[in-house]
Each structure stands twice: as structure tokens, then as C-alpha cells.
Design a protein. Structure first.
Length: 278
């Protein structure tokens, strides 16, 4: 199949990176695109390598032989286990693990692997492991892998709406860092493609999704800031609280009119160059 680079319709970004197409209910337009790429190919044994509510919700709608969903967060594992308890069957496993650990899922292989915003999240759970992530997943891959990612923030010069979103993201990341947490670190698509090819994957297709940021995204990011305010040094709390309140008023008023277009997500479809060796 030839390499494709497709600009696709815009989608509204909601809370926690959950993309909702205006015309496709509650399943992300990115996941619908992956279904189209998969076609009639069996999903088989499916690995959700960096799971979240949106990806697990989608995976549970697919005809899978087996589902293994991995999170690096103990708290997320506990909450997701509770939220999905009624839908997880004998062939479904929700695990906590870190891809830095060489013994984690050692010896296993999967027909389909989903890498959903995992590259950007690696810095939170395994700093500096980004260049080793795809070689690690290559050991488990024996078919198709889908990589979803967010392009780093584009320049906001000359775009006052984008400048507001840039300030929101800067406030969120500053709050996380000053409270002792780590924010995501996103990488451009070209860098991810290079890492995939170096790791023995062949890129089959590429697609770009312009993003529309709406009320759900703004409220979710502001809520992250609010939750962390009490953990900041006392000398900074008043300043951060006022900045959060000002942005809340301005941004929510702005996105009430219509969403703001800024940046893009991407979906990469890749395969192994040769059958995976056990």
C-alpha cells in the first residue's frame, strides 16, 4: 500500500484528549479513521499500549480475540477498573506497567497495537525513554500498529485566539511543574516517523486532523490548574489563581461563540518489515 498523507476533517477536542466528531456520536474520529484503515483485516490480539477511557471505550466495541490495555498510573488503573468492571470479560486484561521494564509482557506478541498519545505521555512516566519506546513495542508487534499523536503547538503570532490557548497550555504546564508533576512532551510527526523506521516499522499511511478546541477542552485544562493550585508555593498561589480566573472568563466567553482551530493531531499506520521473531 502506498504511503499516504491525508488532510482530514476537523474534529473538536474535548477533555483529556478525547476527540469527538460532530457526526460520529461519542467515538473519536481518529478511531473511526483507524477502523477504515483496518478494513477487513482481523484485529486479533489487541494491545492498547497507553490506555485511557476513550481508547478502552473504543476497543471494547471491536471484535477482538484478546484485549490487553496498559496504563502506567496506579490511580488510573483503579478508577478504570471500577468504571469498566461490567464490560471487562475473560479475554480482557487491564494492567499497570511501564515499558521501561524489560520483563513486562515479555514473550507476548499482538496482531494489532494502538499507541494512543503515548509518545507525548512518556515523559510523565519514563523520562528520556522516547527513543526506546518503539524498539520496545517492536518486540511485541507481528502485524499492524496505529500511532496517534499531537503535533507540538504551532506558532500563535498574529492569531489572538491561538494566543489564548497557548497561555492556557503554558499555565497548565507551569502549574504541573511547580506542583511536582510532569506535563506531556509532544513530538512532531516527522520525528515519530523517523523513530518508527529506525525501529523496523514501515509507515503505510499518514493522516493529519486539524483540531477545533471547544468548551470541554478549556474547562478540563482549567480544572487541572485549579486542582494543583494548593500545591504551589504560597508566594505564587494568588498570582496563579488570578491568571486562571482571567483566562477562564476570557476563553469560555470566546469558545461559546465557536471552537478555535489550532494545531493538528495525526494518525500513522505502520507494519513490521518482516515477521516478528519470538
Amino acid at each position: 500500500m502506498p504511503l499516504r498523507d491525508i488532510p482530514l476533517p476537523r474534529y473538536v477536542r474535548g477533555a483529556g484528549g478525547y476527540l469527538v466528531s460532530k457526526n460520529s456520536g461519542q467515538i473519536s474520529g481518529l478511531f473511526r479513521h483507524i477502523e477504515e484503515l483496518q478494513g477487513t483485516r482481523p484485529w486479533g490480539r489487541f494491545l492498547d499500549s497507553g490506555t485511557g477511557w476513550a481508547s478502552l471505550e473504543w476497543a471494547l466495541t471491536l471484535p477482538l480475540a484478546e484485549l490487553v490495555a496498559v496504563t502506567g498510573s496506579e490511580g488510573r488503573l483503579a478508577q478504570m477498573s471500577k468504571d469498566f468492571v461490567a464490560r471487562l470479560g475473560p479475554s480482557h486484561r487491564l494492567l499497570q506497567g511501564n515499558w521501561v521494564q524489560p520483563e513486562f509482557l515479555s514473550g507476548r506478541t499482538f496482531d494489532t497495537i494502538l499507541v494512543d498519545y503515548l509518545v507525548g505521555a512518556v515523559d510523565r512516566f519514563a523520562p528520556y525513554f522516547q527513543t526506546r519506546l518503539f524498539p520496545r513495542l517492536r518486540k511485541l508487534a507481528r502485524g499492524r500498529m496505529y500511532v496517534i499523536g499531537l503535533e507540538p503547538q504551532p506558532d500563535s503570532v498574529g492569531n489572538p485566539d491561538a494566543k489564548l490557548l497557548e497561555q492556557l497550555c503554558a499555565l497548565r504546564d507551569s502549574t504541573l511543574l511547580l506542583s511536582g508533576d510532569r506535563p506531556n512532551r509532544e513530538y512532531p510527526r516527522w520525528w515519530v516517523v523517523e523513530q518508527l523506521e529506525k525501529s523496523g516499522f514501515r509507515v503505510v499511511s499518514q493522516a493529519s486532523f486539524p483540531i477545533l478546541y471547544g468548551r470541554r477542552f478549556v474547562e478540563a485544562e482549567l480544572e487541572v490548574c485549579r486542582r494543583k493550585l494548593g500545591l504551589l508555593p504560597s508566594s505564587l498561589q494568588a498570582c496563579f489563581k488570578k491568571t486562571e480566573a482571567d483566562l477562564r472568563e476570557t476563553l469560555l466567553k470566546r469558545v461559546k461563540q465557536d471552537p478555535i482551530q489550532w494545531g493538528a493531531d495525526y494518525v500513522l499506520s505502520v507494519e513490521t518489515d518482516e515477521p516478528n521473531e519470538q
